[in-house]
Write a protein that binds this ligand. Structure first.
Ligand code: DAH
Length: 356
């Protein structure tokens, strides 16, 4: 009988194929090639329907044997191949615990923000509030109500960017004084500091930037005097730069204060002896200050006969440059990580509170 030979031929074919299986993928292919719905064994079994009983018995037995042999072998092979693949994967993914780890770079707050925070914390501890104002400000608050009417020559000192006739990028944080007084409607005391970004039409160089930071201070109450201003600024100077520093007031001019001063601090480099940094004077200019001009108080609804106040404005970059001996203001904006890393609080040796 011709058909009876076919299981035997298939068996030989299967045996030679089993020997060449190398992966689970190949194994699955062979399984479906022979045992699948349209597999060779399945197709062969369909021939049974044309056989007589005797032939069917014999043929069926051979087909079953064929199936069993194939399934048993496939199962054995599957176990071996699976084991092999797991070992291979383990080998490929092996972790060398002795390798040095990759360095995790941790950021920290920017040196300018660190100075702002340090000054904020100091003034909060003295009972001040922190106020903020918009960077896009009205000409009215940035200039006019600070006693700088349109066409006033002192506007030249602070040429800024105009959005339109009445709106500017603020050239100073002083307009927050106006906003706070208007908001408080003659309530006292006012004790605020206002940190923020300001803009000037300056050409950028080592000491100028068209965009920088200031902190404004304002105190308004009855009987506020120059000695309050001096004492407050002395506390700030010593807290920022050390107890051995002295401050000195030099008469100056700001339209929103009368009298006005520039405030100098003992030179860092020579400690007051006189050197090239302080041009032999022993002092370095750090901020502007004064007693709030009666026109400003009056304009903001505070009777200057009853109330007085002091105000000051600090350039944050200037403080940072002096404190950390940075000679180019642009270093604060280029954000070269090698520069910024020096101020990293999480790093040992960073120029921070932790290292003081
Ligand atoms: N706004 C001034 C400036 O940008 C700084 C300043 C000086 C602020 C004296 C004040 C002050 O509040 O009283 O140059």
């Amino acid at each position: 009988m011709e058909t009876n030979n076919e299981p035997k031929i298939l068996m030989e074919e299967i045996e030679s194929k089993l020997n060449s299986i190398n992966s689970l993928e190949e194994l699955n292919n062979i399984r479906s090639e022979y045992l699948g719905k349209k597999g060779k064994i399945t197709l062969l079994s369909s021939k049974m329907k044309d056989m007589n009983i005797e032939e069917k018995k014999e043929f069926g037995k051979n087909i079953n044997k064929l199936k069993n042999v194939l399934e048993n072998n496939l199962e054995k092979l599957r176990i071996v191949l699976e084991e092999k693949e797991i070992l291979q994967k383990q080998e490929e993914e092996r972790i060398d615990v002795t390798l040095p780890s990759t360095k995790i770079q941790r950021g920290s707050s920017h040196p300018i923000n660190q100075i702002i925070e340090e000054i904020e914390n100091l003034f909060i501890s003295m009972g001040y509030d922190v106020e903020e104002g918009p960077e896009v400000e009205s000409d009215l608050y940035n200039f006019e109500m600070l006693n700088l009417p349109k066409g006033h020559p002192a506007r030249d000192m602070q040429d800024t960017f105009y959005i339109n006739e009445e709106t500017v990028l603020r050239s100073q944080t002083s307009p927050v004084q106006v906003r706070t007084m208007l908001k408080n409607k003659e309530k006292t005391p006012i004790r605020i500091i206002c940190p923020g970004k300001v803009y000037r039409r300056d050409d950028d160089d080592a000491t100028h930037s068209h965009e920088f930071h200031q902190i404004e201070g304002l105190v308004v109450d009855e009987n506020i005097s120059m000695s309050h201003l001096k004492g407050t600024l002395e506390v700030m100077a010593k807290s920022l730069f050390g107890d051995n520093k002295e401050i000195r007031f030099r008469p100056s001019y700001f339209p929103f204060t009368e009298p006005s001063f520039e405030v100098d601090l003992t030179c860092f480099k020579c400690n007051g002896v006189g050197c090239n940094m302080c041009k032999g004077t022993g002092f370095i200019e750090v901020l502007g200050a004064g007693m709030v001009h009666p026109n400003v108080l009056r304009g903001c609804g505070y009777d200057p006969k009853k109330y007085t106040g002091f105000a000051f404005g600090v350039g944050v970059e200037r403080i940072a440059m002096l404190k950390y001996e940075v000679s180019d203001i642009r270093d604060f904006y280029t954000n070269d990580v090698r520069f910024l890393e020096q101020f990293n609080v999480t790093k040992k040796g960073g120029v921070t509170d932790e290292s003081k």
